[in-house]
Design a protein around this ligand. Sequence first.
Ligand SMILES: Cc1ncc(COP(=O)(O)O)c(C=O)c1O
Length: 497
Amino acid sequence: MTEVPEPVRDLDWDPRLAREFGERALDIWTEMLARLDDDLPVSRQQTAAEVREAVAIEVPAEPMPVDSLVAYLRDMALERSIYPGHPGFLAYVSGAGTVPGAAADLIAAGLNQNLGGWRVSPAGTEIEQQLIRWFVGRFGLPEHANGFITSGGAMANMIGLTVARTVKAGFDARKEGLRGRPQLTVYCSAEVHDTVDRAVQMLGIGDAGLRKIAVDDGLRMNVPALRAAIEHDLEESSRPLAVVASAGTVGTGAIDPLNEIADICDEFDLWLHIDGAYGGSAALVSSLRPLFSGIERADSIGFDPHKWLYTPIAGAAILVRDRQHLADTFSVDAAYTWTDTDATGWGIDLYALSPHFTRGFAALKIWVSLLAHGWDAYERRIAHDVVLARYLYDQAQAHPELEVFGEPTLSIACFRYVPVDLGDRSDRELYLDQLNERILVDLQLEGPVFPSNAVIDGHFALRACIVNFRTEADTLDALIEASVEHGRRIDAELRSA
Ligand SMILES: Cc1ncc(COP(=O)(O)O)c(C=O)c1O
């Protein structure tokens, strides 16, 4: 006779241990919050080898004592990390991370819902769908639009273009692939985020099918050049598929002329995907909405709550104008997920509308943040970020040793340090690039602020992107001051070398 197996319960921590460990994790988190505005640095001078030495420990065979584990986590969090939520963090497009969103993430992980299927995430799926309906309404998409939360803007672009391929290729790319078919072509501005290049590559369209359209003085897609490129491709027997319009470019926050691009898409029967990974959140704000006129005409929109809705990483939305197009692109016949919804009354299984199968409850941190703060607070803060970028731009413009690049549209301002006595040396631009690159390295290593860079018209610029509800004018003053201080010192070093 087979013996009844003995229980193996090592992994099943009881609620008392869960509380003990959870409370100590909360201590680390709240200590970080308390010190963000105080003594935690925005940057740390530490090499990869030093961090590895501190964090890359061996997996023990036996449980690590809780005290040691907590000490290890505290060191990782408070000595070895950097903080996008620090008031001085102005780099890339890194949302500060809402506080209620972080707590919601703990609940989401604790519940361990799988938003691939309604039956394994009943409240989760209904909350996510409610969130998506709210986004759909605020963007002005029709009621039959739908979507879901994915990992980031990269995946949102990939998904938008995959649906575009289903709907506009003119053949069944899902079944037949692309072999022997006309070259599909996708259009975007030269300022588009690199994830669009990768999406086109992953879709099998390849770089040969990606057209980077020139931009105007405001770094927005040049629409006559777009038209010319489409007409040229049609003459060459290629098959124009989609335009990716940027609603907030990663470099400077430029918004492509959405209505004019939508007109072109109508005229040539092309899919309009809008990459609003950064700027999309601002399109939800009443006072900024006019900047995004035409966004409601998109066939698909990607936008990242983990950027400018400030929610903790990761969670981005992909919205598709007609939910049937999601089903046409992603439906599968997964026999192993059989159920009888007539008998159960269960709801929609989102795995059949997305490329994901198992999917976490990332929607909860976005939803809880909206509930906890209320939308008016978002309207005020997102609009304030735009005001702050303008403030930074004005301060830089007024400074005799700084040169600004373009006026900010959203919450990005770019400038560079230019020594007043530099003169017209033959290698001027090269020298300024080198000088500003070194300023950026020193700022990122030493603080007191952590900006990043943009390359604008071939020039290296210092760039601040404010998607951080802890940043205020004093931080931006500190950025100006530190950029000039570093600039003067490095310029002197370079010229005396
Ligand atoms: C305009 C734009 N599109 C796409 C992305 C990629 O988004 P994610 O990093 O969330 O994948 C970014 C990231 O900064 C972006 O700014």
